[in-house]
Design a protein around this ligand. Structure first.
Ligand SMILES: Nc1ncnc2c1ncn2[C@@H]1O[C@H](COP(=O)(O)OP(=O)(O)OP(=O)(O)O)[C@@H](O)[C@H]1O
Length: 370
C-alpha cells in the first residue's frame, strides 16, 4: 500500500522570489491526487520539494514519521527510495535504448542480476503498454511513448509514492485519455499514493480522488474531488471551467503584481484589481440547479479497466469521507453521498458502533442510498 505524505506549513523561495508559502495538505495513502495551478505557480517546485530535490526554507514534509526537510542525508536517501517520479519531458537518456533507460534505476540502486532486471523491466513495459519498443532510442518514439517509458522507469523500484509532472503535456486528447486510464489502472494494481501536476481540466475532473490548487503563492484549497469540483471560489471555478474572466490573468507575473497591490489580508482568490469584468458567479453558464441535484461539473471518476482489481483506495476513502462528511459544504457532501451504496453506509455504521463515533445525519441526494 502507498504511504501518506503530510505537508505542513511549507514555504519555498528562490532568493527574493517567494514561490509559495504556508502550504499544508495531506496526500492520503494510496489515493490519487491532482495539483492544479496556472503556469509558473510553482507546481514543479512543489514536487521537487516533496521528493527532497529542493529544500524548502519553512515547514515539514513528513513521510513514515520522518521529516524530509530536517532529516539527515542518510534518511533522505531512504525516503527517496519510496518515490517514483515521472518528469515533465520523461527525462530519458537520449543515447540509451528504452530498455536501458527503464533498467537504469535497477542497475544503479540494486544488486539484481541482469536476468532479474530483464523480468522487472519487461513487466513494467507491459504495464504501460510499451512491450516491443525496448530497443528503440527515445528520439525514435512519439512523445506519448516517451511519457510511458518514463512512467515504466518510475515504476521499476516499486515506488509507494508516484509523482507525475504534467504527464499529459504535448499529448493529443485521445492519448491523454489513455494515459489517464493508465494512471487509474496502475493505482488499482499497485495501490501507490499518486500525485499528478497538470493543467488539463479533463484529467483534473475525471482522474483524482483529491484535488488542490496553487495560486498567487498560496494553496487555495486542497480536498476531496467533490469539494473542488463543486466549489464556488472564483479562482477554482474559473480554472476548472476554463473561463477567461476571473482572478487568473495572462501571466503569473501580472497576477503576482495585482496580488501585491491588494490590501493586506485580502482574499488571494478574488479577482485582480482593475479587472474589467467581474469574476463569473458560480453556475453562471448553467440554469439554476434544483436543490439536491449534483452539479454537472462533478463528472463520474474513471474506473479501472474491467478485469483489473478494484481500487483499494476507494474503499478506504469512503470511510474517511463519511467520518468527516459534516465538515464539507452541502454540494460537496451531496456529491460524496451520491457515490455511496447502502453497503458503504452499513460499513460506516458498523465502524461507528465499534468506535462509538458521533453519528452523521446522512440523507441521500438521489432519493436513498443505492
Ligand atoms: N532552480 C530554480 N532556481 C530559481 N528559480 C526557479 C528554480 N526552479 C523554478 N524556479 C522558478 O519558480 C517558479 C515556479 O516554477 P515551476 O516550474 O515550479 O512552475 P509551474 O507551476 O510548474 O509552471 P508550469 O505549469 O508552467 O510548468 C518560476 O518562476 C521559476 O522560474
Amino acid at each position: 500500500m502507498g504511504v501518506e505524505v503530510v505537508v505542513q506549513g511549507l514555504g519555498k523561495s528562490f532568493g527574493a522570489q517567494a514561490i509559495w508559502r504556508d502550504v499544508t495538505l495531506t496526500l492520503p495513502a494510496g489515493e490519487v491526487s491532482v495539483l492544479l495551478g496556472p503556469s509558473g505557480t510553482g507546481k514543479s517546485v512543489f514536487l521537487k520539494c516533496l521528493v527532497g530535490l529542493l529544500r524548502p526554507e519553512r515547514g515539514r514534509v513528513v513521510i513514515n514519521g520522518v521529516d524530509l526537510c530536517s532529516c539527515a542525508e542518510r534518511d533522505t536517501y531512504e525516503i527517496r527510495k519510496l518515490f517514483g517520479v515521472l518528469f515533465q519531458d520523461g527525462a530519458l537518456f537520449g543515447s540509451m535504448s528504452v530498455y536501458d533507460n527503464v533498467a537504469f534505476p535497477l542497475r544503479e540502486h540494486t544488486r539484481k542480476s541482469e536476468k532479474e532486471i530483464h523480468a522487472i523491466v519487461m513487466s513494467k513495459m507491459d504495464m504501460v503498454g510499451m512491450r516491443g519498443a525496448e530497443r528503440k532510442l527515445p528520439g525514435e518514439i512519439s512523445g506519448g511513448m516517451r511519457k510511458r517509458a518514463g512512467l515504466a522507469r518510475a515504476l521499476v523500484l516499486d515506488p509507494r509514492i508516484i509523482l507525475c509532472d504534467e504527464p499529459d503535456s504535448g499529448l493529443d486528447p485521445v492519448r491523454t485519455a489513455l494515459l489517464s486510464q493508465l494512471l487509474i489502472d496502475l493505482n488499482a494494481q499497485l495501490d501507490a499514493t499518486i500525485l499528478i501536476v497538470t493543467h488539463n481540466i479533463t484529467v483534473a475532473r475525471s482522474v483524482p480522488d483529491n484535488l488542490g490548487m496553487l495560486f498567487r503563492r498560496e494553496l487555495v484549497l486542497f480536498g476531496p474531488r467533490e469539494l473542488l469540483l463543486t466549489s464556488d471560489i472564483p479562482v477554482v471555478a474559473q480554472f476548472l471551467n476554463g473561463h477567461k474572466e476571473g482572478p487568473i490573468g495572462m501571466s503569473e507575473e501580472k497576477d503576482s503584481a495585482d496580488f501585491s497591490a491588494r490590501p493586506p489580508g485580502a482574499d488571494p482568490s478574488a479577482r485582480p484589481l482593475g479587472a474589467d469584468s467581474p469574476a463569473r458567479p458560480p453556475g453562471a453558464d448553467s440554469p439554476a440547479r434544483p436543490p439536491g441535484a449534483i452539479p454537472e461539473t462533478l463528472v463520474p471518476q474513471l474506473q479501472p479497466t474491467p478485469g483489473l482489481p478494484p481500487r483499494d483506495a476507494v474503499r478506504r476513502r469512503k470511510l474517511r469521507l463519511l467520518q468527516s462528511l459534516d465538515t464539507l459544504p452541502t454540494p460537496a457532501r451531496e456529491g460524496v453521498l451520491a457515490t455511496m451504496t447502502r453497503e458503504d453506509l452499513d460499513h460506516y455504521d458498523t465502524w461507528r458502533r465499534r468506535t462509538s463515533a458521533i453519528p452523521i445525519a446522512t440523507h441521500h441526494p438521489r432519493g436513498g442510498p443505492r
